[in-house]
Write a protein that binds this ligand. Sequence first.
Ligand code: SF4
Ligand code: SF4
Length: 60
Amino acid sequence: MKKLPILYKSKSECSGCSACFNICPAEAIAMQEDSEGFEYPVIDDNKCIRCYKCIGVCTK
Ligand code: SF4
Ligand code: SF4
């Protein structure tokens, strides 16, 4: 199995734009609210088919 993509290393690298969430063909990404009310994508290891479309769409 290929590696699970890493969308961001720290929250400062992610604007929470949801582009990765929207493009994922496997519905493997969920936008989860943090304690401050900002949403960040979280990948479900079991659903992810390692297509890396989420990495391609992210503009950060
Ligand atoms: S690699 Fe593909 S399947 Fe996995 S989270 Fe990214 S877009 Fe979804
Ligand atoms: S596409 Fe990039 S910046 Fe946008 S929510 Fe996903 S990881 Fe964050």
